[in-house]
Design a protein around this ligand. Structure first.
Ligand SMILES: *Cc1c(COP(=O)(O)O)cnc(C)c1O
Length: 239
């Protein structure tokens, strides 16, 4: 093995151990939680190594970086998630490679995603990004819709050609009532997911938890964790 492959294998094993332990502690089966490795700022060569090591889900947050990487890695059996704030002028490009867009947070974006998905003949999975620190009716600073806006957006996605409503995504808030209370934040997400599933029973995904708080997310009931730093290392620049 190369040094990098060795390093990524070790990191992956550690993350796997953490997820397994968190599942055991929560009385959940390991298969209930899917690991998504966030490869943003890291090269396509790392994505290729991760694929060799058995990773099947990767996530990116900037189209400029993600598009060429996804093209270079199009031969790999990977599911691509887009997790960044998405401008409508990038939607056509993102729909070209993303299987799931986790950052759906406004109606204009739904319209644009639907149009491009139909145009490309693709079905794109969508998660509504929830901002637990947004004031009622407002949007979060890092994207996301306030809990009161989930229902309307979910109905819009569910009725949009080319789109599939898969569930909810959140990032633990740095401000507001949930700042520093990751478990409480993720438990709130599970309540919101329960509400959503009353009208959209197939929207079962709850994407929550990153390198620092994946245990809390698994404890609360998250179905997907998004882990970057703990697998790939500290990012060379903000991303
Ligand atoms: C970067 C990022 C992650 C991964 O964060 P780490 O702390 O590196 O694990 C997860 N989710 C989103 C939306 C991100 O932008």
């Amino acid at each position: 093995m190369t040094d990098r492959k060795d390093e990524l294998a070790r990191n992956l094993a550690q993350v796997e151990e953490r997820i397994a332990a968190a599942c055991a502690a929560a009385g959940r089966r390991r298969e209930e939680v899917t690991l998504i490795v966030v490869t943003k700022t890291y090269p396509a060569a790392d994505v290729r190594i991760l694929s060799e090591l058995g990773v099947r889900h990767v996530a990116e947050n900037r189209d400029q970086d993600a598009a060429p990487k996804a093209t270079e890695c199009s031969d790999l059996p990977l599911t691509w998630h887009f997790v960044g704030q998405l401008q409508t002028n990038k939607v056509r490009s993102v729909v070209g490679y993303a299987d799931v867009v986790q950052s759906v947070d406004r109606s204009r974006l739904v319209t644009a995603l639907s149009k491009e998905a139909v145009r490309a003949g693709r079905e794109v999975g969508c998660l509504i990004q929830v901002a637990l620190d947004a004031g009622e009716s407002a949007r979060g600073e890092r994207g996301g819709v306030s809990p009161s806006g989930i229902g309307e957006l979910a109905d819009l996605v569910a009725g949009a050609p080319g789109l599939r409503l898969d569930g909810l995504m959140t990032v633990a808030p740095l401000t507001g009532e949930y700042a520093g209370r990751e478990l409480a934040a993720f438990e709130r997400m599970m309540d919101l997911s329960t509400d959503l599933r009353r009208t959209h029973p197939a929207a079962t995904m709850v994407s929550a938890g990153m390198s620092a708080d994946l245990e809390q997310a698994v404890a609360a009931g998250a179905t997907h964790v998004r882990v970057g730093t703990a697998v790939l290392g500290v990012r060379p620049r903000l991303g």
